[in-house]
Design a protein around this ligand. Structure first.
Ligand code: F6P
Length: 397
């Protein structure tokens, strides 16, 4: 069924028991506790974290201080409209984005002061680079090495897709054990699979430019980098631009510092992953792989509101690959769409070809066949949408 925004309600946390409500009421307070435990913060930070905790639990949205460096920007992004309202009644996307902005402010990230620029999520991201799962992922390219390039490409695309399951914010939710143990697993059938259309946009030997809007640091980013190396090495792209967040966001979202950590981890892995790390390091030196960022990547807005400079950049790409659940919500709009609403219609505004690679971790889904949706709901109830157990690749050429 096709649907317009007018008949698809914006997602909010107002309904007790709903997924967004659990994120706002449970996941955010848990995250404050984890960040507090990970650093020897001083009394000022503890007080600010206490205040944010109270505000999340029982209060209303407070604005940042009048001297905040980004007050004007947040005003443009809807601050005045949402201040004084309950966290639960404003758009979920807005509430989450603003929460991360406030958490960073509380720990002194925006400075000035000694905690300026200290990423409160860094210990979790670094720990993930040292897990057994990560080591296993870094050994995978050795096993793929004997395969024909095309098959390796397909495997690396799936690695990047399912890497999206390794998201630290998602794992904070105690109820999400299913993400690791549920019915979906890497290699499981996708709920939508336009990967053939994606590869047809990127013929080997083509001069294309791939833009990849990254999602999480750690394992997901390692898998993204291995895919990028494959695209460059086999000339599916002559140039890749990797877009990251300008500041820490949604716990594990990748920043430039995380790209550097991931490249270092790849290089020290040795074997085929290590060789990919060396090539990527050089590709950056030669401008074949660019890392870029933009304030819009931390904006509480849909991609339909892309600013002019990004619109122009994406318009020049052969394809823009949009990673992860949050980017998907922003790409199609964070609304209660009917799952059969066409993906092509929802992304028609995007300035060039666009591909979404995402495991399903929120209420939003479009572009599914009616039979697929019915079968998923019959088997899993609502959980297929939010459990991180299912994945999709959708393309609008
Ligand atoms: O890392 P991803 O794939 O963007 O997922 C982040 C996800 O976290 C949540 O915001 C909940 O915290 C999901 O709704 C969401 O979209």
């Amino acid at each position: 069924m096709s649907q317009t925004a007018a008949d698809a309600p914006v997602i909010t946390g107002d309904r007790p028991g709903s997924f967004p409500r659990s994120v706002l009421a449970e996941r955010h307070p848990a995250l404050i506790g984890q960040v507090r435990a990970a650093f020897p913060y001083g009394p000022a930070q503890h007080r600010a974290l206490d205040a944010l905790l109270r505000e999340c639990a029982e209060g209303v949205i407070e604005p940042p201080g009048p001297a905040a460096h980004d007050l004007d920007r947040w005003r443009e992004w809807g601050l005045d409209e949402h201040t004084g309202r309950s966290w639960y009644e404003v758009p979920f996307l807005w509430a989450e984005s603003f929460f991360y902005r406030r958490l960073l402010e509380a720990v002194g990230y925006f400075g000035p002061g000694p905690w300026q620029g200290v990423d409160p999520f860094r210990p979790f991201k670094l720990a993930e680079l040292r897990t057994d799962e990560t080591a296993a992922e870094l050994a995978a390219p050795d096993r793929l090495a004997p395969l024909p390039a095309e098959e390796r490409g397909r495997a690396l695309l799936h690695g990047s897709l399912w890497g999206n399951r390794a998201d630290l914010g998602f794992r904070l939710d105690a109820g999400n054990g299913g993400a690791a143990d549920g019915p979906g697993h890497p290699g499981a059938p996708l709920v939508a699979d336009d990967s053939a259309a994606l590869w047809s946009l990127l013929p080997a030997g083509g001069p294309g430019t791939v833009h990849l809007i990254a999602d999480n640091a750690g394992r997901e980013l390692l898998a993204d980098l291995l895919l990028i190396d494959h695209l460059l090495r086999h000339r599916h792209a002559g140039h890749v631009v990797l877009y990251v967040k300008p500041y820490p966001y949604y716990v594990s979202d990748a920043t430039t510092a995380d790209v550097v950590d991931a490249l270092r981890r790849l290089r020290e892995a040795g074997g085929a992953a290590g060789a990919a790390g060396e090539r990527l390091w050089e590709a950056m030196g030669h401008g074949l792989l660019d890392v870029r960022t933009h304030p819009f990547f931390c904006a509480p807005l849909p991609y339909a509101d892309l600013p002019g400079d990004l619109r122009e950049e994406f318009g020049r790409a052969t394809v823009t690959v949009v990673k992860g659940d949050l980017n998907y919500r922003r790409l199609v709009g964070d609304r209660h769409w009917s799952a059969t609403t066409p993906f092509t219609g929802r992304t028609a505004y995007f300035p060039g070809p666009v591909a979404a690679l995402r495991t399903l971790k929120s209420d939003v889904a479009v572009g599914l066949g009616a039979r697929t949706e019915a079968a998923l709901t019959a088997e899993h109830g609502h959980r297929w949408r939010t459990g991180g157990t299912h994945a999709l690749i959708q393309v609008r050429s």
